[in-house]
Each structure stands twice: as C-alpha cells, then as structure tokens.
Design a protein around this ligand. Structure first.
Ligand SMILES: Nc1ncnc2c1ncn2[C@@H]1O[C@H](COP(=O)(O)OP(=O)(O)OP(=O)(O)O)[C@@H](O)[C@H]1O
Ligand SMILES: Nc1nc2c(ncn2[C@@H]2O[C@H](COP(=O)(O)O)[C@@H](O)[C@H]2O)c(=O)[nH]1
Length: 205
C-alpha cells in the first residue's frame, strides 16, 4: 500500500519532557522527519541553527509572516515561534510522519487546517512542582524565564481536552512506549481519509 504522509503534534508545558521522549521514540521509528521551527528566542548552549531551530531576529520573523511563509505561528513565552509551510508540504508528499513540537495555539491552527492527517498528544508532568524541578535541573533558563514558563503552564494545561491523547510523563520508559504507540496510530489515522473515499465509491456502485 502507498505510504501516506501524517502529522504527529506534541504539546505540553515547557519542561514536561517532549524532546526527551522524542529522542527515545526516534530509536524505534523510521520514515519520519522533525519539523524544525523558526524562533526569535536566543539559542541555548549546544543548540544549533538548522538543527534545533532556525534562529532569526524579530524583524526577519515578521517579514516571513508578511510573506505567508508559515503554516502556523504564535507568540510563546514572549518570543515568536513558527512552522514553515514548504518543508511540511514536501515531507507529507513523500509520505513521511512529520513530528511537530508546538504550543497549544499552534496545535489549534494546524488541526483546523489539516485535521484529516493530524494526530495530537498533550504531555504533562505528574505535578506542577515536578515541572518546576525539571526546569530548574535542566539549567538552561534564567529564574525569570522559568517563572514565566510555570505561569504559562497553568494556562496551557486548560487545553488538554482538545488533543487526541494525553501522556503523563512520570516514568520515562512507560511514557516513551505510549508515545511510540501514538506515533504508529498517527500513520494509520492518515490512511482513513483514503478509505473514506474508497467506501464512498463502493456505496455508489
Ligand atoms: N520522565 C522524566 N523523569 C525525570 N526527568 C525527566 C523526565 N522526562 C524528561 N526529564 C527531564 O526534564 C527536563 C526537561 O525535559 P525536556 O527538555 O525534554 O522538556 P521539553 O518539554 O522538551 O521542554 P521545552 O518545551 O522547554 O523545550 C530535562 O532535563 C529532562 O532530562
Ligand atoms: N506555535 C508554535 N510553538 C512552538 C513552535 N516551536 C516550538 N514551539 C513551542 O514553544 C515552546 C517553547 O519552546 P522552547 O524550545 O523555547 O522551550 C514549547 O512549548 C514549544 O512546543 C512552533 O513552530 N510553533
């Protein structure tokens, strides 16, 4: 059967473990691509332009918005973040599973635009305290930035019901196996669209 492109969206408060879970899942899947976002936030130590993000200035980002470059974009924790349309179209045409790590605003937009091929999962920590511990232990952000992200987490979590799935990332092994199952379901869901057409044809016969 011809492979169908599919989108898997991960959202969840900063520090819940999205990147950590994805690294584990990548060991078990193929034919996927991670959607590299564009952002105006400063790179963290070790982050590379074109690998983790495309790091740009606010004026460059605003120019890209004007030129309609983004499938979606949003202001998150005081910075712009956006998903470029062109690489996503290409990856979907190639039948890849395209993985997005985007916030709740971005999820709503992509869901509206590409519902048929989107599967989404909201990830959290068991408690807000644990989220704070993880952000502190990660040691990548200043105290002010961490405070802002904790505050925003309280708003973000209100959107969890808009997602197809929910993972509490407590035990890393268990949570990564759950995410792996969801990634496999994402591919199957994207084939349903074609099947709908097929069944319509049968019924018209
Ligand atoms: N199940 C877990 N138990 C304990 N620590 C964890 C677990 N999962 C992730 N961590 C740790 O929590 C920290 C935050 O994880 P990670 O950077 O993956 O979060 P994130 O959701 O991708 O954050 P952001 O949205 O800011 O990019 C890291 O230091 C990571 O090692
Ligand atoms: N709407 C979008 N949100 C995005 C995108 N890329 C990342 N994000 C979200 O931003 C926060 C913060 O990320 P960080 O790397 O600064 O910790 C996180 O919730 C991401 O999911 C995007 O292209 N669009």
């Amino acid at each position: 059967m011809e492979k169908k492109g599919a989108i898997l969206i991960l959202s969840g408060p900063s520090g819940c473990g999205k990147s950590t879970l994805l690294k584990k899942v990548y060991e078990y899947i193929n034919d996927y691509t991670f959607s590299i976002s564009t952002t105006t936030r400063e790179p963290r130590a070790g982050e590379q332009h074109g690998v983790d993000y495309f790091f740009v200035s606010r004026s460059e980002f605003e120019e890209d918005i004007k030129n309609g470059q983004f499938l979606e974009w949003a202001e998150v924790h005081g910075n712009y973040y956006g998903t470029s349309l062109k690489p996503i179209k290409k990856a979907l045409a190639e039948g890849k599973l395209v993985i997005f790590d985007i916030d709740v605003q971005g999820h709503e937009i992509v869901r509206k635009k590409l519902d048929k091929v989107v599967t989404s999962v909201f990830i959290t920590t068991p408690t807000l305290n644990e989220l704070e511990n993880r952000l502190n232990n990660r040691n990548t952000d200043t105290k002010d930035v961490i405070e802002k992200r904790i505050e925003n987490a309280k708003y973000e979590i209100k959107s969890f019901q808009k997602y197809d799935y929910f993972i509490e990332n407590d035990n890393l092994e268990e949570a990564s196996m759950q995410l792996l199952s969801i990634a496999n379901i994402a591919r199957i869901k994207a084939t349903l669209f074609e099947k709908e057409k097929l069944i319509k044809e049968w019924l018209e016969d």
